[in-house]
Design a binder for this molecule. Structure first.
Ligand code: NAD
Ligand code: LMR
Length: 327
C-alpha cells in the first residue's frame, strides 16, 4: 500500500505524514510539496516503523516520481483561512492547486483513491471530478471529500454535553458539505442514542457547523485546524485502506459524486445535488454504497438540510465551472 501526501510539508501535511509513517497498514509513503519535503521525509525516515518514506519537489520529474505507483492520495495542499475569511475565499488559489495536482494523478496513477482535504471541499471535489472526467479516468467510487473532522467534532461536542468519557464511541452522521450551514449533523440518528436538551440543540448544531471558525479565531492569524485535521484525515484514510484490503462493514460519511455511487441516485433525487456527503459503505473497490439518511431526518434537521442544499448548489457549480470554462 503506497500512500502519497500532497502538501506534506504543511500544517496538516506533517502530522498526517507522521501518522501514516506510524501505521502498519502503509508500506510506502511518498511526500510531495513545493517546499521542504526532503527534510520532512528524512526526519520521518528515522522512525523505526516499516514504511519507506521518500520526499519529492516538483522540479524535474518530481511529480511523476512522487505519483507513480501510488494507491491512495491524500491532498491537504493549499492555503488555509485567516480570521474573517470564508472557505470560499480560498477558492482563487486552491482551485488551481487542486486542479494541477489531480491532473498529475490522472496522468501517473489514474486508478488511485483520491482523498481531498484542501478547501473549499464543496468546490475542490467537483474540480477533481471534472479533471478526472476530462482525462477519461474518473472512478466516482474512488473520489472522496474528507469531511471526517466534522464528525470528529460532533462526537467530541456531544460527549462534552452527555458526560460520555470516550467520545469516539458515538456514531453521529454529519452530512451535506464542509462549510458553515452546509454541514448538517443528524443527532436524531446517532448511535447509541443521544439525548440533547432542547435548549442546547441550536448551540450544539452551530458549534459543529462553525467548529472550523473556532480554531481559526483561536489561532489568531496562524492558520486553521491542522492537528485535529491530521487525526481526522488519517482516520478516514485508514478506513479506506482497511476496506481496500478486504475488511467488511466500514461506514463513514464522506463527500461523494452521488450518481456514480450505488444508492446515490435516490439521494441525488432528494437533494437535487450531484455531490453530497452521506454515510458511505466502503469496500475493496471504494465507495460501494451511499446510505440514504436524508429521508429519515426529523423536521428540525430537514430545515437545516434546506439551507445546506442552497449553499452547496452554488459551491458545486463554481467548481465545475472552473474546469469547464476556465477563468
Ligand atoms: P499550510 O499552509 O500549513 O500547508 C499547505 C501546504 O501545501 C504547504 O506546505 C504548501 O507548500 C503546500 N502547497 C501549496 N501549493 C502546493 C502545490 N501546488 N503542490 C503541493 N503542495 C502545495 O495549510 P494547512 O493548514 O495544512 O491547510 C491545508 C488545506 O487544508 C487548506 O486549504 C485548509 O483550508 C484545508 N483544511 C481542510 C479541512 C477539512 O476538514 N477538509 C480541515 C482543515 C484544513
Ligand atoms: C476546518 O473545518 O477546521 C477546516 O475546514 C479549516 C477551516 O478553514 O475552518
Amino acid at each position: 500500500m503506497k500512500v502519497a501526501v500532497l502538501g506534506a510539508s504543511g500544517g496538516i501535511g506533517q502530522p498526517l505524514s507522521l501518522l501514516c509513517k506510524a501505521s502498519p497498514l502503509i508500506d510506502e509513503l511518498s511526500l510531495y510539496d513545493v517546499v521542504n519535503t526532503p527534510g520532512v521525509a528524512t526526519d520521518l525516515s528515522h522512525i523505526s516503523t516499516p514504511a519507506i518514506v521518500k520526499g519529492y519537489l516538483p522540479a524535474g520529474d518530481g511529480m511523476k516520481d512522487a505519483f507513480t505507483g501510488v494507491d491512495v492520495f491524500i491532498i491537504p495542499a493549499g492555503i488555509p483561512r485567516k480570521p474573517g475569511m470564508t472557505r470560499d475565499d480560498l477558492f482563487k488559489i486552491n482551485a488551481g492547486i487542486v486542479r494541477d495536482l489531480v491532473k498529475g494523478v490522472a496522468e501517473y496513477a489514474p486508478k488511485a483513491y483520491v482523498l481531498v482535504i484542501s478547501n473549499p471541499v464543496n468546490s475542490t471535489v467537483p474540480i477533481a471530478a471534472e479533471v478526472l472526467k476530462g482525462a477519461g479516468v474518473f472512478d466516482p467510487k474512488k473520489l472522496f471529500g474528507v469531511t471526517t473532522l466534522d464528525i470528529v467534532r460532533a462526537e467530541t461536542f456531544v460527549a462534552s454535553l452527555s458526560g460520555e468519557k470516550d467520545p469516539s464511541k458515538a456514531t453521529i452522521p454529519v452530512i451535506g458539505g464542509h462549510s458553515g450551514e452546509t454541514i448538517v449533523p443528524l443527532f436524531s440518528q446517532a448511535s447509541p442514542k443521544v439525548d440533547i436538551p432542547a435548549d442546547k440543540l441550536d448551540a450544539l448544531v452551530n458549534r459543529v457547523q462553525f467548529g472550523g471558525d473556532e480554531v481559526v479565531k483561536a489561532k489568531d492569524g496562524a492558520g486553521s485546524a491542522t492537528l485535529s485535521m491530521a487525526y481526522a484525515g488519517f482516520r478516514f484514510a485508514e478506513k479506506i485502506i482497511k476496506a481496500a484490503k478486504g475488511e467488511k462493514g466500514i461506514v463513514e460519511p464522506t463527500f461523494v459524486y452521488l450518481p456514480g455511487v450505488p444508492g446515490g441516485e435516490a439521494i441525488q433525487k432528494e437533494t437535487s445535488l450531484e455531490f453530497f456527503s452521506v454515510p458511505v459503505e466502503l469496500g475493496t473497490s471504494g465507495a460501494e454504497k451511499a446510505i440514504n439518511v436524508v429521508s429519515s431526518a426529523n423536521e428540525y434537521e430537514k430545515k437545516l438540510l434546506q439551507a445546506a442544499y442552497t449553499g452547496l448548489k452554488g459551491n458545486i457549480e463554481k467548481g465545475i465551472e472552473f474546469i469547464k470554462n476556465p477563468p
